[in-house]
Design a protein around this ligand. Structure first.
Ligand code: AKG
Ligand code: FE2
Length: 233
């Protein structure tokens, strides 16, 4: 699912934040928010963040099941939902709800006498700063024990060509060899899969900055990286 949602806009995605969220009996609802509000994007904005909420306990309307306004990731930036545009996620333990970072949502009010427990796991484009600092939360001596797929997902990997290198090389090598092994001599942009994915990535406009007009003129153009990166030797 994250491949489908996020990969058009990044060469690799990462875990943004992970945590268990409990809502206790009598607890008020969380104000509705967009998870992408941490970043300076005007909505609607491209898919850069995908949130998942796993039900550890049953989720009901009464016990604080996540409230969300379906479709609101496509609304104008300042449109706030009416009450009848917000639904409560009801799902048995073991189920999962997935919503985009631009969807208005929040934990519900718990009017029941049981605790609502959910595992929130968000994924974001590899070029975004993670909400939770995964490198301090999972330093190398801890992350060392994780399966490689998880190590890469939390960020011990490139976030795109060149993004996140350590000593000019793949950050994952720190987990494999520590800091004392010399880096490889050749210049690596990243891993081949990430480089290929970067070529397929769409370009996003950020903000309303207008380009100066392109002059219509004769002459030969300088070759740039627009046509793709070439491996430095
Ligand atoms: O607890 C919930 O149902 C939602 C939590 C949430 O929106 C968040 O952590 O950003
Ligand atoms: Fe949220």
């Amino acid at each position: 699912m994250a491949d489908h949602v996020l990969l058009p806009n990044c060469a690799r995605y990462q875990i943004n934040v992970a945590g268990v969220i409990q809502i206790e009996p009598g607890e008020a609802g969380q104000p509705l928010h967009r998870d992408t509000a941490l970043y300076p994007f005007k909505h609607p904005c491209p898919s850069i963040l995908m949130a998942t909420m796993w039900a550890i306990s049953d989720f009901t309307e009464a016990n604080g099941g996540t409230c969300l306004a379906p479709g609101s990731h496509r609304w104008e930036h300042a449109r706030e939902p009416f009450e009848d545009e917000v639904i409560s996620v009801e799902m048995p333990a073991g189920s999962l709800v997935i919503y985009l970072g631009g969807v208005w949502h929040g934990g519900g009010e718990n009017r029941a006498n049981t605790i609502r427990t959910g595992l929130a796991m968000q994924y974001s484009a590899g070029w975004l700063r993670q909400e939770e600092n995964q490198y301090l939360a999972n330093p190398p001596e801890v992350a060392h024990e994780y399966p490689e797929e998880l190590q890469r997902l939390i960020g011990y990997d490139f976030g795109g060509p060149f993004l996140g290198f350590v000593d000019g090389d793949d950050p994952h090598r720190i987990l494999e060899f520590g800091y004392d092994v010399p880096t490889r001599r050749s210049v690596h942009r990243s891993r081949p899969e990430i480089d290929e994915a970067a070529q397929r990535m769409s370009f996003l406009s950020l903000g309303n900055v207008e380009a100066v007009p392109t002059p219509q003129r004769e002459g030969s153009r300088v070759k740039t990286q627009l046509g793709g990166f070439e491996e430095a030797q």
